[in-house]
Design a protein around this ligand. Structure first.
Ligand SMILES: [Zn+2]
Length: 202
């Protein structure tokens, strides 16, 4: 049976595709970060398409502003996260998804429970409370539902749970003040979908 992989953490550290700079407020980086981190929380993998997006996703200063105010508008210090993870992380320092592969640190089991595989994983689970009953129940609920859709070959519904959002931002049309990785604009999901390169699901 086709495995449900929505809670498989990446097995390589994240390599940034985009490098906008020069905006006067960090909220302007939102669309770049949505695309950069595939429209889901980098910490718990909760996806935009699983619920309402309004106020549900935040831009997290990975190195907190309280630790280093010079990084406030630094794109490379911003990650896309859900409101729960953002509130829990607050001003804590945790393992950096752009330096280490979370897939080597934590593993979600078929029943929604999560295991730490090393010390970094323990820190992630502990600080972000990834093993709380609430978060475990949420993952189990998603996994049970998706497995049921796989079993019953409910293809259309399965796609609706694992597709990209409808409102992909076309980053080629942004007028960012500067960009250290301009080639990434053509690799945004919108452009890939236009070229027929974006998979239906992920
Ligand atoms: Zn999250």
């Amino acid at each position: 049976m086709e495995r449900v992989t929505v809670f498989d953490y990446p097995t390589t550290a994240h390599v940034r595709r985009h490098g906008p700079f020069g905006y006067q407020d960090y909220a302007s980086y939102r669309d770049w970060l949505r695309d950069e981190f595939e429209f889901r929380c980098v910490y718990c993998l909760k996806r935009e398409v699983w619920g309402e997006r309004t106020a549900a996703y935040h831009l997290d200063h990975f190195v907190p502003q309280a630790h280093d105010a010079t990084k406030t508008l630094d794109y490379d210090n911003l990650v896309y996260v859900c409101a729960s993870c953002n509130a829990l992380k607050a001003d804590l320092l945790i393992p950096d998804p752009c330096r280490i592969a979370y897939g080597h640190c934590i593993r979600v089991n078929d029943d929604g429970t999560i295991d730490a595989l090393n010390e970094e994983g323990e820190r992630l689970v502990d600080k972000l409370r990834l093993d709380s009953p609430d978060r475990t129940r949420f993952r189990r609920w998603i996994l049970d539902n998706l497995r049921s859709l796989v079993r019953n070959t409910e293809r259309a519904l399965l796609v609706s749970w694992t597709r990209y959002p409808e409102d992909l931002p076309d980053l080629r049309r942004k007028h960012e003040p500067g960009n250290s990785r301009p080639a990434g604009r053509e690799q945004c999901c919108f452009a890939r979908r236009e070229r027929g390169e974006l998979p239906d699901t992920y």
